[in-house]
Design a binder for this molecule. Structure first.
Ligand SMILES: O=P(O)(O)OC[C@H]1O[C@@H](O)[C@H](O)[C@@H](O)[C@@H]1O
Length: 922
């Protein structure tokens, strides 16, 4: 359902149906553009070949959005062979369809390389693409791709992880650069583009006698030659190495220095490319930083962060080599935008890694203990508790955050309490065994712990404990642990383990923990006696120290005061520990503040009751995912059965509302304190008209699920939208919910389609002030202009909390102002007069039944006091084909002002935010 595609006008079968623009067929022409300014070409025999100017570059396609090319891996990916492997002494050139061009670079160097390459032809592996995880065999590919070790797909991808860095293939330099070297979605690096533009600006007067111009031209040529030489030299160096690692070594060094300069910028701006989604993210992130410019997240602990530098390492990126996962890999590469990993010095100079997600999420990890001391979601809310008295001094474990209790949870023999994993210094795992790729995982780091000699004295087993810490697109935190028995003596070992996790809460007395009801537990405060949980949720009024046994996978910490729920999803960890020391125990813990027990709760996915046993060579894997859900997270939603009942009840309620009470959605909003899209306020179908400058556009919106699934935040409601071509509804007030509703949904649909993402959360955080929120807008995707989209738009709705600040939730009046009944009678005219003079029109959202029950006798009828225009034809046409973009393209001259025709979207935004009218602003 999610992947209904815009119908492409291209009939080329070679073009990916997901791509809006059929770039693939014109790839050669991209290369033509690449060499357009190169006049003199040097052959491999060292001679100079003078070519006439190549044909002019092809019509320039907009680079934004860059098409999403699914990988065509397999034997038929590159079927075009240029030389069938037989050079025959012929110089190798770049085949641009009708002619072949030769590099102006160091021909001899390349020649040498080729000779060496031929000599060792049978010993070398077939050339492969430099992109990490790309398995495309280039032996049958074009020379260009073989020479530069990049497959066609990755030569055009917006972002590629190569050498552990996010890079893009520069079509001018024919090599990868880090993203910071590109402007937005450009495919040529900034430097080369600047040169290119400067050359183009210069008047090309062949007969000019102006000596300075001749000098310029020759110096340009010299520059060009030197650039080409250095580029080729780099290629030569790279390819003469032993492997791809070496290929990128130079780049890594180069990139390090770039990142030193541009570190924060890389993280801040990311790159607007790949899909609209990406640029949306960047907008989002940018605003985030406008509000909170501090790049480093200061935790609730007393860290003294001394940033020492920023760099990307080869340990970041996907590790999967499985061809079957290549699709996800490409996807992941696309979504790697904006991610970054920084190394900093944390408290007491300890090494700390800062992981940044593509939006605003972040995590901080100390190598000491492999300890996650901070996790911020996309709203930049800190979710982990770290004690103000935490001691950052090895081997003492840090009090708070998330660490791993291994090889024992609790006390055991000579081992330290909770094992030693949190007391040791971990390393970055630069070569972790692959994990199935996860397209929603965007940023991760791999850590590893192996036992020291000293550890073996207490626990005589060799092991590898790996952690992959991931920040997903949605800002969720995922921690995957893998433990391998590496005993060389053939001995198996057993261990218990817990994800020792401290969560930040507003007030422990106000917190409920759900997901543990009816479970058996061992009560550590009562000699580990076994009990059964009786309550329908866990609440706290004294010390708690329990191990719940064989629990369900999901546990929720519901914090009413913070209006958020933290959900834990554990895999491979049957048990769950719940701990709060309360006041007395808190005083006894030296690295814990007296009152800090009020602000924390430990919920730990664990394997305690039944220790896990591993034979030598065996590996165990477990994981815990943490995500936060904002606001009105109904506790019943945790239970799928309750959730279904809730759906049924909500449907019934809505049917009653829609069919019998004749209450409109707006009046529902204005008369209650409901969130607009909370389950009980959504009708299954909404007809809505957006009306700009007298031009009504009607849409039908089908809400697919009335109760938000657990994985969705309150403001994500799946729905379909279709445009109704022949409007039968009354024109409505422009500053409407519906406008944003539609704009967001349509844009997000496009973004989601292009990126094949299933859910994107782009709702601006409530902390944004009104002005910033008004800036927060999702631009219309250019694809909408040309393409004819399908009649239905599966998408996500982002609404309620984007518009409603917490204060407006308490006071419904700002929301009600969106739907306020207008006192003035409606003119009944469509598009009459200047926009500001047009009488305000009532309401934006209607339910279906109201719409079809409008009297058809031409008389206006009032519902909730709002005047309405009569319906000539009460039933809307079932399926609406025209493009949604039509709302902008079709403005009739007589009904729109010139400025509105020029800037319809700007105008809509102004109207939506009530600028100049003093209304509609939340
Ligand atoms: O002080 P430590 O070693 O961090 O342990 C604190 C608590 O950690 C919890 O996980 C245990 O359930 C408690 O029994 C223990 O007291």
């Amino acid at each position: 359902m999610m992947n209904r595609l815009p119908s492409s006008s291209s009939s080329s079968s070679s073009v990916d149906p997901y791509s809006i623009f059929p770039f693939a067929s014109s790839f050669d022409n991209w290369n033509a553009q690449l060499n357009y300014s190169t006049h003199t070409h040097q052959g491999f025999d060292g001679s100079h070949h003078h070519h006439p100017h190549p044909p002019p570059p092809p019509p320039h396609h907009s680079l934004a959005p860059l098409p999403f090319y699914p990988p065509h891996l397999g034997s038929d990916y590159f079927i075009k062979r240029e030389d069938h492997g037989n050079m025959g002494g012929r110089p190798i050139g770049l085949n641009l369809g009708h002619r072949t061009y030769f590099s102006s670079g160091d021909g001899l160097a390349i020649d040498r390389r080729l000779i060496v390459g031929r000599a060792h032809h049978h010993h070398h592996q077939p050339p492969r693409c430099q992109a990490e995880g790309c398995k495309a065999d280039l032996s049958g590919a074009k020379h260009y791709h073989r020479r530069h070790k990049v497959c066609e797909f990755h030569s055009k991808a917006a972002v590629v992880v190569a050498g552990g860095l996010q890079q893009r293939f520069c079509q001018q330099c024919s090599r990868f650069h880090v993203l910071a070297e590109f402007d937005e979605s450009k495919r040529s690096c900034r430097k080369r583009l600047a040169d290119h533009n400067r050359r183009r600006r210069k008047p090309h007067n062949k007969n000019s006698n102006n000596p300075s111009s001749a000098t310029d031209s020759s110096s340009d040529k010299a520059k060009l030659t030197s650039r080409c030489t250095s580029s080729t030299a780099a290629t030569t160096n790279n390819t003469s190495g032993t492997g791809l690692d070496q290929v990128n070594t130079g780049h890594v060094e180069q990139n390090k220095s770039i990142l030193f300069r541009n570190g924060p910028a890389l993280s801040l701006g990311g790159v607007a490319a790949g899909s609209q989604q990406i640029s949306l993210f960047n907008n989002y992130q940018h605003h985030q930083y406008l509000i909170s410019p501090s790049p480093s997240s200061s935790n609730n602990n007393n860290n003294n962060n001394n940033s020492v530098g920023f760099y990307h390492q080869s340990f970041i990126g996907s590790t999967s080599n499985d061809a079957s996962q290549s699709h996800d890999l490409h996807q992941a590469n696309l979504l790697h935008l904006g991610q970054s990993l920084f190394e900093e010095k944390g408290t007491n100079g300890l090494d700390k890694l800062v992981l940044r997600g593509p939006l605003s999420s972040s995590a901080e990890i100390y190598l000491h203990g492999g300890h996650i001391t901070s996790w911020k979601n996309n709203y930049r809310e800190e979710l982990l508790f770290v004690s103000n008295k935490a001691i950052f001094k090895p081997p003492k474990a840090i009090r708070g955050g998330i660490s791993i209790c291994f090889p024992r949870f609790g006390t055991h023999g000579f081992l330290e309490q909770h094992g030693f994993a949190a007391n040791r210094t971990w390393s970055i795992d630069t070569d972790p065994p692959s994990l199935p790729s996860d397209s929603s995982s965007t940023t991760f780091v791999d850590l590893i712990l192996k036992p020291s000699e000293g550890d073996l004295k207490f626990w005589p087993h060799s092991f590898e404990l790996r952690l992959r810490i991931t920040l997903t697109l949605k800002g969720d935190l995922k921690v995957i642990s893998r433990i391998r028995n590496t005993n060389a003596n053939g001995k198996l070992f057993s261990f218990t383990l817990a994800y020792y996790s401290y969560f930040l809460v507003s007030d422990i007395s106000e917190v409920r923990v759900e997901g543990l009801e009816t479970m058996d537990y061992l009560d550590n405060l009562k000699g580990n006696e076994r009990f059964t949980e009786q309550g329908d949720a866990l609440t706290f009024e004294s010390e708690v120290d329990r191990i719940y046994l064989s629990t369900q996978n999901r546990i929720a910490i519901i914090d009413h005061q913070k209006r958020r729920t933290i959900v834990l999803h554990k895999e491979g960890l049957p048990d769950a520990v719940v701990w709060n020391p309360w006041d007395k125990k808190a005083k006894a813990i030296t690295d814990f503040g007296r009152d800090e027990y009020k602000r924390m709760i430990c919920i730990e996915g664990a394997a305690v009751e039944k220790p896990i046993t591993l034979k030598p060579g065996e590996e165990w894997k477990g994981s815990q995912e943490f995500f936060s859900v904002r606001s009105s997270y109904n506790s019943g939603e945790l239970d799928p059965q309750k959730s279904q009942i809730c759906v049924v009840l909500t449907m019934l309620l809505l049917s009653l509302i829609v069919l019998h009470s004749r209450l409109s959605l707006p009046s529902l909003f204005s008369s209650s304190n409901l969130q607009p899209y909370s389950p009980s306020s959504i009708p299954s179908t909404i007809l809505t008209t957006t009306h700009f400058d007298g031009l009504p556009d009607d849409y039908r919106i089908d809400v697919l699920h009335l109760v938000r699934p657990l994985t969705m935040t309150t403001n994500q409601i799946p729905m379909t939208i279709c445009k109704i071509p022949n409007p039968n509804l009354v024109p409505m007030h422009p500053p409407s919910f519906a406008i944003m509703f539609l704009e967001f949904t349509i844009d997000l649909f496009v973004a989601a389609t292009l990126s094949r993402s299933r859910s994107i959360d782009l709702s601006p955080p409530p902390s944004l002030d009104a002005q910033c929120r008004s800036q927060y807008s999702l631009p219309t995707h250019p694809a909408l202009k040309g393409a004819a989209p399908p009649p239905h738009y599966p998408a996500w709705l982002f609404s309620s909390s984007s518009l409603l600040s917490s204060s407006s939730l308490r006071d419904p009046s700002p929301l009600a102002s969106f739907f306020r009944r207008q006192d003035q009678p409606q003119s009944g005219e469509i598009g009459g007069g200047a926009p500001q003079k047009r009488p305000p029109q009532p309401r934006d959202l209607l339910d279906v039944d109201q719409a079809v029950e409008e009297p058809g006798d031409g008389s206006a009828r009032e519902i909730d006091g709002g005047p309405r225009r009569p319906h000539p034809n009460p039933s809307p046409p079932p399926h609406p084909p025209p493009s949604l973009s039509a709302s902008e393209e079709e403005l009739p001259a007589e009904s729109a002002t010139p400025s509105a025709r020029r800037h319809p979207r700007r105008r809509r935004r102004r109207e939506f935010w009530g600028e100049g009218k003093g209304e509609g602003r939340v």
